[in-house]
Design a protein around this ligand. Structure first.
Ligand SMILES: *[C@@H]1O[C@H](CO)[C@@H](O)[C@H](O)[C@H]1NC(C)=O
Ligand SMILES: *[C@@H]1O[C@H](CO)[C@@H](O)[C@H](O)[C@H]1NC(C)=O
Ligand SMILES: *[C@@H]1O[C@H](CO)[C@@H](O)[C@H](O)[C@H]1NC(C)=O
Ligand SMILES: *[C@@H]1O[C@H](CO)[C@@H](O)[C@H](O)[C@H]1NC(C)=O
Ligand SMILES: *[C@@H]1O[C@H](CO)[C@@H](O)[C@H](O)[C@H]1NC(C)=O
Length: 292
């Protein structure tokens, strides 16, 4: 009995999606794919049973569920000669592309973010002399893809005064992370959540440049952290951590040379601050840490 019910529901579903329903139909693809940071077009066209309509037309897009989901876009055209005036555009990122008078409600979503991954439903309403409305029951599922991006690279101390490096990246599909260092450093571990992945390099033993590479099928990204330990005269070792993203190497060499000069003049270091951390495309910080 349950099976039969399902079958009927399924048939009904196919019917309302593809075929006409009292002259009404809405045609949308089942899926659309967009890239984070870019824009995507969600197509929607409809048919209606009326020979003419020259009164007010309202186009609506909602998310999550049909009939009940949050409205993210709405525009109203009072006559056929008038453009559809936007009444609602969530975060101002939805724009009507299609011409509703030509049965086209296609919209564009700009500046895609992870939270735009959802199901989208389009709806058309006539008002004035003619009150009528129709909404698609099968929505468009929007999938997001993203090339990897390095979000954070940090070096921080463990409880036992050794140092670890952390690299966090995001992307879809989830990128794989690799650390390469002066000596293929011993152990590492990975954690991931949603579109983010973090890889920790447990014990930094050697001075030098540690590079974190994130890669997925849409691209790759790299970031690096420089880890240097200097022995002070009074046997206090001075640890210098420099964070930098690749692509500004020349500048970095200057910085290192500068440090060399400074080291000659001693006693001008401030005590340890926070662990070094940096974003992806410029030198964020230069931290000096006095260790034991
Ligand atoms: C509409 O949403 C409300 C609460 O958000 C819910 O209680 C109700 O059942 C929903 N109706 C339908 C038809 O999904
Ligand atoms: C609907 O409008 C969009 C955007 O202008 C266009 O790309 C698409 O081809 C139109 N669809 C139809 C069936 O005309
Ligand atoms: C895109 O969205 C981000 C985050 O919501 C925002 O900071 C940025 O200004 C937006 N860019 C454009 C071009 O709208
Ligand atoms: C980078 O990581 C450090 C240490 O885990 C954290 O304190 C900092 O807030 C992170 N920065 C960003 C921009 O996520
Ligand atoms: C990694 O290196 C640290 C420091 O040299 C050492 O104490 C630890 O035992 C090493 N771990 C492994 C798994 O080799």
């Amino acid at each position: 009995m349950k099976g039969l019910g399902l079958l009927l529901a399924c048939l009904l579903c196919i019917f309302t999606k593809g075929l006409q329903f009292n002259g009404w139909s809405i045609k949308v693809p089942s899926d659309a794919t967009g890239e984070v940071g870019k824009s995507v077009v969600l197509p929607c066209t409809f048919t209606h049973p009326h020979k003419t309509f020259d009164r007010t037309l309202t186009a609506i897009w909602r998310i999550k569920e049909p009939y009940n989901g949050t409205v993210v876009f709405k525009c109203v055209a009072h006559s056929s000669s008038e453009l559809c005036k936007t009444a609602t555009s969530y975060k101002n990122k939805y724009k009507l592309l299609g011409n509703p008078r030509h049965n086209n409600l296609s919209i564009k979503i700009d500046n895609l973010t992870w939270s735009d991954s959802n199901r989208y439903f389009c709806r058309v309403e006539f008002s004035g002399d003619l009150h009528d409305k129709y909404e698609g029951r099968t929505g468009i599922r929007l999938h997001l893809i993203a090339a990897p991006r390095i979000i954070n690279i940090t070096v921080s101390s463990n409880e036992d005064h050794t140092f670890k490096a952390l690299c966090t990246a995001d992307g879809e599909p989830l990128p794989s992370l690799t650390w390469t260092g002066p000596l293929s450093s011993n152990s590492s571990s990975v954690t991931s959540m949603n579109h983010q992945i973090t890889k920790e390099l447990h014990h930094l033993t050697h001075d030098g440049k540690y590079v974190c590479t994130a890669a997925n099928s849409h691209g790759r990204a790299e970031g690096a952290v420089y880890f240097y330990k200097f022995k002070g005269a009074n046997s206090n070792s001075i640890l210098i951590l420099i964070c930098i993203a690749l692509g500004v190497k020349a500048l970095l060499l200057l910085v290192i040379a500068g440090i060399g000069l400074l080291l000659g003049s001693e006693s001008c270091w401030s005590p340890p601050a926070k662990p070094c951390s940096c974003g992806c495309s410029q030198i964020n910080r230069l931290h000096l840490v006095l260790g034991k």
